[in-house]
Design a protein around this ligand. Structure first.
Ligand SMILES: Cc1cc2nc3c(=O)[nH]c(=O)nc-3n(C[C@H](O)[C@H](O)[C@H](O)COP(=O)(O)OP(=O)(O)OC[C@H]3O[C@@H](n4cnc5c(N)ncnc54)[C@H](O)[C@@H]3O)c2cc1C
Length: 401
C-alpha cells in the first residue's frame, strides 16, 4: 500500500445501495463510528430494478407513501405457447420507486456526526493488521487508507469484498425498458420460456400507463429480449428509458469471516425464482445489525461470533427458503415447453389456482410447496418429471450435503 494517513472507524461498509444504507441506518442508533464507501457519485443511480416487492416490505420498514408508485392485485403466469393462469389473492405487492427507496435511509443518517459517506470512492482491498494484540482491518480505497474493526461487504452481485474472501456468486444478466403502453394497470405478468430459463420475462405496471418490461437470462440476453418485446408487440417508439443489471443466481453464500460479513446481493441473498432480493436483504440486515452490536459489546470480532449471531440466524430463516427457491428454479429450468403446458393444464383443471392464491407467498414458498405436493396429479407429474430428469435429483441432494 502507498504511504497515506489513516482514517479510523469502527465499521466500514462497502456499497451505499439498499443493503448498505439500511444497515447504516440500523447501526446509526448506536455510537459506532461508521464509514460508507460508494463507487457511484449519486445514491440510487443507475436505476437497475423492476421494483416489485411483496407487502412484507411494510412490515420490515416504515414505508413512506412516496416510495409506492402502484400496487399489483393480479399475477399472470404465461406459458411458452401463451396459455396463462391468473392469481389474485391477499398478496398485493408494491411497485416501488427504487431510487427513492435507496435514498430513504441515506437521508435519515447523512447528517449524523458519527457517519461518513464517501461517494465516488471505490473500495479496493483489505488486509488484517495486528495492533496491541487486537485484529483490525487496513482498507485501501481509491482515495485513502482506512483502519476499521469491521468490514461489511454490501457491494452487490460482483462483490470485491467477497472475491477477496474467495466467495463468488453465479450470476445472470437482466435487461429492462420502461415504456408507455396499454397493458393492465394492476397486473404483473411473468412469461416463462425455455429460452430464458434462468428466470422469466416480466411486465411490471409502474402506474400512469408506464410499464417496466424486462427479461433475465444466463445467455443470449439481447436476442431473447428482442424476441420477447416482439411477442408483446411493444412499439420501441414508446420506450422511455432502458436499464441493465446483474442478478445473483443460486443459494446464499458464506456470510461470516474474521471481522467481516457479507450482506445482500454480495451474499447471494436473492430468490432464484424471481430474482428479488430486497425482502431477503432487509431481513438479513436486522441480523447483521444485531451481530455487529454483539461484536462490539463483547469486543470479539471472530468468525465464530459472526457465524453465531449472523450466519446461523440467516441460514435458519431466509437461507432455507432461498434453498427452496433454488430447487424450484432447478425444476423450472429443466421444464420443456410441453412440461409447461401440461403443468399449466394441471393447475387449471384441478383448480389449484385457489391453493396458490391462498398459500402462495412471494418470499417464503415452503407451505405452498407442501400443499401442492399433496395433490395427486401434481405429485404424479413431478414423479414423471424426475424420472425423465434424474440429474436434478442429484443437484438437489448436493445442496444438502
Ligand atoms: C434488472 C433487475 C431487476 C430487479 N428487480 C427486483 C425486484 O423487482 N424486486 C426485488 O426485490 N429485487 C429486484 N432485483 C434485485 C435487487 O435489485 C437487489 O437484490 C438489490 O439491489 C441488492 O441490493 P444490494 O445493496 O445488496 O446491492 P446493489 O444494489 O447491487 O448495490 C451494491 C452497491 O455497491 C456499490 N459498489 C460495488 N462495488 C463497489 C466498490 N468496490 N467500492 C464501492 N462501492 C461499490 C455499487 O455501486 C452499488 O451501489 C432486481 C435486480 C435487477 C438487476
Amino acid at each position: 500500500m502507498q504511504e497515506r494517513s489513516f482514517d479510523r472507524y469502527d465499521v466500514c461498509i462497502v456499497g451505499a445501495s439498499i443493503a448498505g444504507n439500511y444497515l447504516t441506518y440500523l447501526l446509526s442508533k448506536s455510537n459506532l463510528k461508521i464509514v460508507v464507501l460508494e463507487d457511484h457519485k449519486e445514491i440510487g443511480l443507475p436505476f437497475q430494478c423492476a421494483g416489485i416487492i411483496s407487502q412484507k416490505l411494510s412490515k420490515l420498514i416504515d414505508l413512506p407513501e412516496e416510495i409506492v408508485l402502484n400496487r399489483v392485485n393480479t399475477a399472470k403466469l404465461v406459458s411458452p405457447s401463451g396459455n396463462f393462469i391468473k392469481l389474485a389473492g391477499n398478496e398485493r405487492p408494491y411497485v416501488t420507486d427504487r431510487i427513492k427507496l435507496d435514498r430513504l435511509f441515506y437521508n435519515e443518517v447523512k447528517d449524523n456526526p458519527n457517519i461518513t459517506y464517501y461517494l465516488a470512492e471505490k473500495y479496493k482491498s483489505f488486509e488484517y493488521l495486528i495492533e496491541d494484540d487486537k485484529i483490525y482491518l487496513l482498507i485501501e480505497t481509491s482515495k485513502r487508507n482506512i483502519i476499521a474493526k469491521m468490514l461489511i461487504g454490501c457491494d452487490g452481485p460482483l462483490s470485491l469484498v467477497g472475491k477477496q474472501l474467495n466467495v463468488k456468486n453465479n450470476v445472470i444478466f437482466a435487461s429492462q425498458i420502461r415504456v408507455k403502453a396499454n397493458f393492465f394497470n394492476h397486473e404483473a405478468a411473468m412469461y416463462f420460456n425455455p429460452q430464458w430459463k434462468q428466470l422469466f420475462g416480466w411486465i411490471v405496471p409502474e402506474g400512469n400507463q408506464i410499464y417496466r418490461i424486462g427479461i433475465a437470462s444466463a445467455k443470449n440476453l439481447n436476442t431473447s429480449f428482442k424476441r420477447f418485446l416482439n411477442e408483446l408487440s411493444v412499439d420501441m417508439k414508446d420506450k422511455i428509458d432502458q436499464q441493465g443489471g446483474i442478478i445473483p443466481y443460486g443459494v446464499m453464500n458464506k456470510l461470516a469471516f474474521d471481522n467481516i460479513l457479507l450482506l445482500g446481493d454480495a451474499a447471494g441473498q436473492v430468490k432464484a425464482t424471481t430474482g428479488g432480493g430486497i425482502v431477503m436483504l432487509l431481513t438479513a440486515a436486522k441480523y447483521a445489525s444485531n451481530c455487529i452490536h454483539r461484536c462490539f459489546k463483547e469486543e470479539n470480532f471472530s468468525k465464530r461470533i459472526i457465524k453465531k449471531y449472523y450466519e446461523r440466524p440467516c441460514s435458519q430463516t431466509i437461507g432455507r427458503e432461498l434453498k427452496l427457491h433454488f430447487i424450484i428454479r432447478l425444476i423450472l429450468e429443466n421444464f420443456t415447453t410441453r412440461d409447461f403446458e401440461i403443468f399449466f393444464k394441471i393447475i387449471k383443471e384441478n383448480k389449484i389456482e385457489h391453493l396458490i392464491t391462498f398459500y402462495g407467498d412471494m418470499d417464503f414458498p415452503k407451505s405452498l410447496v407442501f400443499k401442492l405436493l399433496r395433490n395427486r396429479t401434481v405429485l404424479s407429474f413431478m414423479f414423471k418429471f424426475f424420472i425423465k430428469n434424474p440429474v436434478i435429483i442429484f443437484k438437489i441432494l448436493k445442496l444438502f450435503i
